[in-house]
Design a protein around this ligand. Structure first.
Ligand code: AKG
Length: 292
């Protein structure tokens, strides 16, 4: 059966119709989804009902599964599944991370030198309102940059700091073990990278994590990052996802930022996330290094 998809809200995101992710898909269907993903960056599947094993199996068809540094947010059953939730276990301990409040614009894994850039979120429990998640397309934004901003970023290297990311988290998510600290030293990535197939360019930076730009004063670096953030997050580059229970949304962190709106902390919210190393020969994959 061929894959059919449709545009979402006139944005770059697409919904894929009439597939059941708990069933084995044909290799031609996976190939078709890969091609759509590499191009559009955000794919939504509605009305799914998946076990953790089924979610992990579906994800692994697109790249190598990754265990992220935040092992404290992992599912007790599968270390490659991250739990995004405000729920607590019987002992009152949080069952995951990033459970509450607004999350500022960021891109996952950019605080490591070789980020696994593919991600999927599967929605299991949702608040009645709020908690909308938005994605901003840094390929479209780069192509629309005014000449002066394009000249300011081309050839530049950003410095990425997990410590900066943590400062924006609530107290529970901010507390990390020595082991996680050791795994998250500052790293660098070029602020602009090129798609291996189309040759198109995208920005790669993270307003919550990029703490400076090499060979620029802190003031100039901060001002340039602020200008980029406000340019790239204009409505014309953004898709806003209103979650429904059963949604699986996959996105490419190589050229997208995302953020989440606030929601009522008294209401339950539970999503499960996988992280996948996307292949460099068909996706924007940043090439980083440890910071000096
Ligand atoms: O909870 C959400 O909707 C988004 C979570 C998120 O930002 C992440 O998993 O990186």
């Amino acid at each position: 059966m061929s894959i059919t998809s449709r545009e979402l809200d006139g944005s770059f995101a697409r919904e894929i119709l009439a597939v059941q992710l708990w069933q084995a898909l044909e290799s031609a269907q996976i190939e078709a989804i890969r091609a759509i993903w590499a191009e559009c960056g955000v794919i939504v599947f509605r009305r799914q009902a998946l076990s953790e094993d089924e979610l992990a199996r579906f994800s692994a068809q697109f790249g190598k599964p990754e265990r992220i540094a935040r092992s404290d947010w992992a599912s007790p059953n599968r270390p490659d599944i991250t739990v995004i939730s405000n729920l607590r276990d019987d002992a009152g301990k949080s069952i995951g991370g990033l459970g509450q409040g607004e999350l500022a614009w960021h891109t996952d894994q950019c605080y490591v030198a070789e980020p696994a850039t593919g991600a999927m979120l599967y929605a299991l429990e949702l608040p009645r309102e709020g908690g909308v998640t938005s994605w901003a397309n840094l390929n479209r934004a780069y192509e629309a940059l005014p000449e002066s901003l394009r000249r300011a970023v081309d050839g530049r290297i950003g410095i990425f700091s997990y410590a900066k990311r943590l400062a924006g988290y609530n107290a529970a998510d901010r507390a990390i073990s020595d082991d996680i600290k050791r795994k998250t030293p500052d790293v660098t990535h070029p602020l602009v990278h090129t798609h291996p197939v189309s040759g198109r360019k995208a920005l790669y930076f993270d307003p919550s994590t990029t703490c400076g730009i090499q060979d620029m004063s802190p003031e100039d670096g901060t001002a340039l990052l602020a200008e980029l953030t406000s340019f790239c997050t204009q409505e014309r580059f953004v898709y806003r996802h209103h979650w429904q229970v059963g949604d699986v949304l996959m996105w490419d962190n190589g050229f997208l930022l995302h953020r989440r709106d606030d929601f009522d902390p008294a209401q339950r919210r539970l999503l499960k996330r996988t992280t996948i190393a996307l292949p460099r020969d068909r996706h924007f994959v940043p090439s980083g290094a440890l910071a000096a």
